[in-house]
Design a protein around this ligand. Structure first.
Ligand SMILES: Cc1cc2nc3c(=O)[nH]c(=O)nc-3n(C[C@H](O)[C@H](O)[C@H](O)COP(=O)(O)OP(=O)(O)OC[C@H]3O[C@@H](n4cnc5c(N)ncnc54)[C@H](O)[C@@H]3O)c2cc1C
Length: 398
């Protein structure tokens, strides 16, 4: 059986789309995902636990600090390399790819850009080496898509601020050593009061609780609520300046969103690979399923959308590398890649029939995981708004 993420050239998505250097890079990450992540991907989904060992493995392979500059211990990947790597990891383990989007994208990359020398010296090397885990605490009960509505308060005090509030759905929240926390230091100024703080998770008054209920997917990830009860954070912990937290948050999400889009391409690829194996082997009515036109129609849709999806993600990454990326480029990539992957996973389960409904086959996990990618880091509907805004703005400017 062939699976997406198997070492060597991918039989589904022609690796010929990549030049030689990028293909070598993709094959290296593919081999890592196959050797180190694939053996655990199903088990951590079923057991529902974060596999801490993956952090050291990702660090040793140079993936944890992939996009971070070499002077901070990273591998200085381009955005295109990041898209390639996170596609490969996403094809094998959505939990690990999700961990990376937060730890590396939302925390390390954000700290690299917005932190000061002391903050980078204290945290960035540890994050890159895997000696510390990061989480990004933005969402609250009443502030999801509407980030500016956050209620966590940062009360100015001697030498710093005191944080009070509750964050929910925080990926890595229960295992993180440092949290990038967004709180309002001056509610009268609305979003211009929002400030980012680097908070050591051992800080007095910070409590971590498991999210209630069981997640649909990403069950091998850690999702927690962070409760702040008058937590003192020194002035040195402010990232990007008091009142600049809204921009810091959006910039963090900007880094992480490319990982989500690339991860969706990986899930899509895995769904197609598993489906091709299945429909070319399963016989009904005296022939293999791939001989039926309605099955062919779905296979064609899954294939064309995969190529379109990857092209949009790589286009966005390429434009990021050239410094000409727009919000619309990223929103289009995230919107299309996650929705196309969800359609592909839906087809994959249907084409597997009853087997697709069982954990004995890989596709039900892909379908559950992909739902998360449509929601976090800006839902599909929010991305649609961004795309529409970008395109109408280009018309009204003329
Ligand atoms: C697996 C997972 C991991 C996560 N990890 C993190 C994390 O690490 N850190 C963190 O801070 N958060 C995290 N989140 C939270 C996530 O970012 C939010 O769930 C998401 O932004 C949506 O917010 P919400 O759930 O409050 O939904 P709401 O904002 O209440 O939206 C509900 C529905 O209304 C729609 N809607 C809202 N506003 C509009 C609008 N203006 N126009 C059209 N439709 C609209 C939305 O699209 C959605 O369909 C995570 C969530 C999940 C599921």
């Amino acid at each position: 059986m062939t699976v997406a993420g198997e070492p060597g050239r991918d039989p589904v998505l022609p690796d010929a789309d990549l030049d030689e250097a990028r293909l070598r890079f993709a094959l290296r990450i593919r081999a890592f995902a196959h050797d180190m992540l694939a053996p655990h991907a199903r088990r951590i989904d079923e057991d529902g636990g974060f596999r801490r060992e993956c952090v050291g493995e990702l660090a040793a392979a140079g993936i944890l600090g992939g996009p971070i500059a070499a002077r901070h211990g990273g591998a200085a990947w381009t955005a295109t390399e990041l898209a390639i790597a996170h596609e490969e990891i996403g094809a094998v383990c959505g939990n690990t790819r999700g961990f990376l989007a937060v730890h590396t994208g939302l925390v390390s990359q954000c700290l690299e850009r917005h932190g000061d020398d002391a903050q980078r010296a204290h945290w960035l090397g540890r994050l890159v080496r895997g000696d510390a885990i990061g989480c990004f605490a933005l969402t609250e009960d009443d502030a999801g898509s509407d980030v500016a509505a956050l209620q966590t308060r940062a009360l100015p005090t001697d030498g710093g601020h005191r944080l009070t509030g509750r964050k929910i759905w925080i990926t890595n929240g229960g295992v993180a050593d440092v949290a990038l926390v967004f709180a309002n230091a001056d509610p009268a100024r609305g979003k211009d009061g929002i400030t980012a703080f680097l908070v050591d998770t051992t800080a007095h008054g910070l409590r971590r609780e498991r999210m209630p209920g069981r997640e649909l997917g990403h069950r091998g990830s850690d999702h927690a609520q962070l409760v702040f009860e008058d937590v003192f954070v020194p002035s040195a912990a402010v990232v990007g300046g008091v009142g600049n937290g809204f921009a810091v948050a959006l910039d963090g999400l900007h880094a992480g969103r490319l990982s989500v889009a690339a991860g969706a391409v990986g899930i899509h690829r895995a769904a197609l690979a598993a489906t091709l194996d299945f429909v070319t082997a399963r016989v009904q009515f005296g022939r293999t399923l791939d001989r039926f036109q309605m099955v062919q129609e779905r296979i064609a849709d899954m294939t064309v959308e995969l190529f379109a999806s990857r092209a949009l993600v790589h286009r966005c990454a390429r434009r990021r590398d050239l410094g000409v990326e727009t919000d619309g480029d990223l929103a289009m990539a995230k919107l299309y890649a996650t929705e196309a992957a969800a359609r592909a996973c839906d087809h994959a389960v249907m084409l597997h029939g009853g087997r697709g409904y069982s954990t004995a086959y890989p596709v039900e996990r892909l379908l559950r995981d992909v739902m998360g990618l449509r929601i976090y880091e800006g839902t599909t509907l929010i991305q649609k708004g961004l795309v529409a805004r970008a395109i109408t703005a280009s018309r009204t400017r003329r």
